[in-house]
Design a protein around this ligand. Structure first.
Ligand code: SF4
Length: 85
């Protein structure tokens, strides 16, 4: 599947879901530089989420913003897309 979804469970988080669009991911690893506890590259050099609740919303948003291809999409707990806007 091209898009992989990860549900967040942190009680202090407004972000309820992280989606990686694997077709857009080019393995640039900027997301990992910003938040290495959240993202890893798999054996296809695509980002996967390994620590869905490991960082706060600000760090997660910075990681998504750092992605050159906007392959990381963030949704609030009502399912509304909050990044990219
Ligand atoms: S920054 Fe974007 S393109 Fe780079 S590995 Fe992360 S998701 Fe993929």
């Amino acid at each position: 599947m091209a898009k992989q979804e990860y549900t967040r469970n942190r009680s202090d988080s407004k972000i309820g879901k992280i989606v990686i669009d694997r077709d857009l991911c080019i393995g640039a690893a900027s997301c990992i530089a910003v938040s290495g506890t959240t993202f890893e590259l798999d054996d296809e050099n695509k980002a996967v989420v390994t620590g869905v609740d490991s960082v706060d919303d600000d760090t997660l948003t910075m990681a998504a913003e750092s992605c050159p291809t906007k392959a990381i999409l963030l949704f609030d707990k009502e399912g509304k897309q909050v990044f990219p806007k």
